[in-house]
Write a protein that binds this ligand. Structure first.
Ligand code: HEM
Length: 364
C-alpha cells in the first residue's frame, strides 16, 4: 500500500517542486530587474564556505555595475543595492519600510534571539532609544582615560613580545586590546588581556571567534533561512562562552551594586541595562536577565572583532607603505609638537585629523 502511495505521490511532488522552482527563478525577470542566475539548491549562495562575502559583493558590483541586482538566498529573492542614492533612501527617507533584519535565532536561544541586532519592531525601536545614549560623543570622550591606559599597555605588550620572541602576532594582540576596551567601556569590567593575553572576557571573545563547520552552518541558517534555526535548536554563540559571559556580567553588576542601585546618569551599557530592568519592574513587568545579557553579548561581539580587524589591516598595509606612515606621523606631530605627548591624545583632537581618519576609514 505504502509503495503504491509513494509511486503516485513522488512524481506529483517532483512536478510541484519543479513548477515552484520555475516560478521562483522567474521572480526578478518578471519584474524587469537584472539578476544573477540562481543555482537550484543554494540560489546565489554558492560562494559560501569557499570565499569571503565581501569579495563576492565586490565581484557582483564590478560584473553588473547596475543600481540594483536581483539575487536569491536559497529560494528567497533579495535585492543587492549598488546605488548610493537608493541606499540613502533605504536607510533614511524610507527607513520605516525597511525595519527588520532577517537574521534571528530560535526560541531555545534567548541570547541569540533577543539582542539589539536580532530583535524586530516594535521592540527594536524602543530598545534602540534606550541604548543610543551609550554611544554619544561625550560618552566616548569620558571613556578616553581607559582607552589611553589600554593603549599604553598595548605598546608595552608589543615591546614585551618582541623582546621575548622577536615577533608579534598583531591580530591576536589587537584582539586582546579590543576585548579589554569593550569590557571596560560597556560593563566597567577592566580585564588584563592586553598585557597577558588572558582573562575571562578574552576566553569569551576567543570562543566567539572559533568557527567550525557546525557553527558556520548555524550562522548561515540564522542569516538566510531562520525558520530552520528553531527546528534544529541552534544557538548563535557556543554555550560555554555564554556561561562565562554571564559570570562576567554578574561580577560587573555586583561591583555596581546590583539592580537596586540608583542610576543617576547612564554612563555605559551596564547602566542602561540596569535602568531597563528597573523601569520594567516599576511597570510590574519582568525583564529576564538573559535578555540583558543578550545585549551585552552583541555589544562585545560587535565591538571587539570589528575594531581588531580594522587595526590589523591598517597596520599590515602601513608596513608596506612607509610614506603613508610618515604622513600620519607628521600630522600627529603638527597637532602635538612634543613627541612625548603623542601618547596622550584625546578622542576629540584625534577625530580632527583628516589624514589619519582617511587611512582608518579605508580599512573599515
Ligand atoms: C570598525 C568597527 C565596526 C564596524 C565595521 C561595524 C559594522 C556594523 C554593521 C555593518 C552593522 C549592521 C548595520 C545594519 O544592519 O544596519 C552594525 C551594527 C551594530 N554594531 Fe557595529 N561595527 C563596528 C563597531 C562596533 C562597536 C565598537 C560596537 C559596540 C560598542 C558595535 C555594536 C553594534 C551593534 C549593537 C549593532 C546593532 C545596532 C542596531 O541594531 O541598532 N559595532 N555594526
Amino acid at each position: 500500500m505504502f509503495l503504491l502511495l509513494l509511486t503516485f505521490t513522488a512524481p506529483l511532488l517532483l512536478v510541484w517542486v519543479y513548477v515552484r522552482w520555475l516560478k521562483v527563478k522567474r521572480y526578478w525577470a518578471d519584474r524587469g530587474v537584472p539578476f544573477v542566475p540562481p543555482n537550484p539548491l543554494l540560489g546565489n549562495l554558492t560562494f559560501l564556505q569557499r570565499y569571503n562575502s565581501g569579495i563576492w559583493m565586490r565581484n557582483l558590483y564590478h560584473s553588473y555595475r547596475r543600481p540594483y541586482v536581483g539575487i536569491w538566498l536559497f529560494w528567497r529573492p533579495a535585492l543587492v543595492v549598488n546605488s548610493v542614492e537608493i541606499g540613502r533612501r533605504v536607510l533614511i527617507s524610507d527607513a520605516a519600510f525597511f525595519r527588520d533584519r532577517l537574521v534571528t535565532s530560535g526560541d531555545s536561544d534567548p541570547i541569540g534571539k533577543y539582542n539589539l541586532f536580532t530583535v524586530k519592531e516594535p521592540v527594536w525601536s524602543s530598545l534602540r532609544r534606550r541604548l543610543t545614549p551609550v554611544f554619544t560623543a561625550a560618552k566616548l570622550r569620558s571613556m578616553h582615560s581607559l582607552v589611553n591606559m589600554k593603549t599604553k599597555e598595548l605598546m608595552q605588550r608589543i615591546q614585551n613580545d618582541m623582546t621575548e620572541s622577536q615577533s608579534v602576532n598583531l591580530r591576536k594582540v589587537f584582539t586582546d586590546y579590543t576585548t579589554d576596551v569593550i569590557g571596560g567601556v560597556s560593563l566597567g569590567f577592566v580585564g588584563e588581556a592586553t598585557l597577558s593575553g588572558r582573562g575571562p572576557l578574552r576566553t569569551v571573545t576567543q570562543q566567539f571567534m572559533d568557527y567550525d563547520f557546525f557553527r558556520g552552518v548555524s550562522w548561515l541558517l540564522m542569516f538566510f533561512w531562520p525558520t530552520w534555526v528553531n527546528f534544529f535548536g541552534l544557538t548563535a554563540f557556543p554555550k560555554s562562552s555564554i556561561d562565562i559571559l554571564k559570570r562576567v556580567y554578574q561580577t560587573a553588576l555586583t561591583q555596581r551594586g546590583g539592580y537596586e542601585t540608583e542610576v543617576k546618569e547612564t554612563r555605559d551599557l551596564l547602566d542602561a541595562l540596569i535602568k531597563i530592568k528597573q523601569d520594567r519592574a516599576r511597570d510590574n513587568e519582568d525583564m529576564p536577565e538573559e535578555k540583558l545579557i543578550a545585549h551585552t553579548a552583541v555589544f562585545v561581539l560587535g565591538g571587539f572583532d570589528t575594531t581588531a580587524t580594522v587595526l590589523s589591516w591598517c597596520v599590515y598595509e602601513l608596513a608596506f607603505h612607509p610614506e603613508i606612515q610618515e604622513n600620519m606621523y607628521i600630522e600627529l606631530l603638527n597637532l602635538q609638537e612634543d613627541e612625548e605627548k603623542l601618547k596622550d591624545f584625546d578622542a576629540g583632537s584625534l577625530s580632527n585629523l583628516s589624514y589619519l581618519n582617511a587611512v582608518i576609514d579605508d580599512h573599515v
